[in-house]
Structures are given as structure tokens and as C-alpha cells.
Write a protein that binds this ligand. Sequence first.
Ligand code: HEM
Length: 250
Amino acid sequence: MATETHEDFSEPILPGPGASDYERYLRTDDLLSLQKSPGEQTHPDELLFQTVHQSSELWLKLATSEVERAAAHVTSGDIPAALRLLRRSALCLQFITRQLDMLEQMSPWEYQEIRRVLGHGSGFDSPGFREVRRVTPPLGQAFDGAVRAAGLDVVEVYVRGREHEDLYQLAEALLEWDERITMWRIRHYKVVARIIGDQVVGTQGTPVEVLGKMIHHNFFPALWRARNQLTARAKEEEGEREAEVPGHGV
Ligand code: HEM
């Protein structure tokens, strides 16, 4: 028998400002007041510009929180739990890379109006990216520790990947994170080149060319190097096999 309820679901029950629980829980009043009002804007595209930046900071907050938690799981030996979180982090970076498309909807000439009101504001001071730089190296250290504990090195994780499935998956998740950061950098570099040019200096004095060079930075160089080592090793083993075949090589 269905029990009758007299609860009025249209009334908010959570504390705090906002007409509904949706607005109270999500603090939409605060969130939606974080963008300049039309009266404060120097150009209407400031809403687009602020939306892309602010939402990028939010996704980066989630991404780096998950990376930090993942590193703790790796240290405590729970690799599957780490993998679950690293999948989220990689997705966050995919989202913020994709939304850079929106910035190219701005006219490069009209953007100059917005640029004038940015002061010395620069992406180098992005809290989200500062967190990326802070939480990524400890993840690498946690991975190195797990590889050492298994009595392996990075190349062996790949050569014997079938026997060490968890470590193999973890290595690939780290590489994915590293690659997604680079993909963001590549995309950002092209957006910057398209909007302000590639032969100019940024609002904090950095030549855009420097951004181009940063594309070559890897957080986990050993994982990238391992590919070269695997190719060299495969070639070496092939050479040895050919030498064993009668009539082959001297
Ligand atoms: C019209 C759009 C954009 C322009 C013209 C632009 C321009 C620049 C420039 C010129 C730099 C070099 C530093 C300096 O300012 O002197 C830079 C760096 C940076 N920007 Fe942007 N940017 C744009 C959008 C974004 C967005 C949406 C984000 C998202 C968070 C972002 C994050 C960064 C970061 C993290 C750096 C440091 C470089 C790195 O770590 O790879 N930028 N940007």
C-alpha cells in the first residue's frame, strides 16, 4: 500500500540563499554573478571570454583533484581506483581543449578591445594550470614507486604488460594525461596565433613563440623514452633472430 506524503516538494529545504534547492545547492547566485554585467563590459564578447576561462578553471580543479587522489591510490597499491580517477582527469582536459574552439568565434580585431582590460593577466597565473604543475610530478613518483616495487623498469612494464596488466594500464593512463596536456597546449598555441598572432608578446611579456616551444615539454619523459627503447629492442631482437637463421647474415 502506497504511503501518503504531505511533503511540499516545491519548497526548498536546504539552508542558504536562493529561491530553490537547486539554486541553493549549486550556489548559482554566486556563480552567475562572477561574470561582468553588460554595463561593466568593455565588449559583449567578454562574456564568451570569461565563460571559457572560468569553466576551464573549474574543469582543471576537478582534473587535478582526481590526479592527486589517484596518486594516493597508487601509493597505497590500489591501481584500479587510480585508473577510474585518471579517466576523469583525461576527460576534463578533452573538454577544455574542445572549448577553445569557442574563442575562435571572436574577431581578432575586436578582441584587442578586451585585451586592453586584462591588465597583466596571463595564463601563467592560471590556478588550474598551477595545480597541473603541482600534482603531476607526485603522480609520476607514485608510478615509479609501484614499478620498482614490482621489480621492473618502465620498459619491462611494456614488454611484460600481459603479466602486469595493472601497471601497464597505469603507465598508459599517465601517458594519456601527459598527452592531453600537450594537446591542450598545441590547441591553445594555435588559438593564440589566430587571435593575437605568433610574432607578438603576451600580456605578461612572454613571446608567443615561447608557447610554441612549451609544446615539447613532457611531464613523464621516461614513458615517452620507453617507446624509443622498445623500438630499438625489437630491432635488436629481430637482428638476433635473423643471425640464428642459417644462411642469414654473418
Ligand atoms: C583569446 C584567448 C587567449 C589568448 C589570446 C591567450 C594568450 C596567451 C598568451 C599570450 C600566453 C603567454 C603568456 C603571456 O600572457 O604573456 C598564454 C599563456 C597561457 N594561457 Fe592563454 N590565451 C587565451 C586563452 C586561454 C584559455 C581559455 C586558457 C584556459 C585556462 C589559457 C591558459 C593559459 C595558460 C595555462 C598559459 C601558460 C602556458 C602553458 O602552461 O602552456 N589561455 N596565453
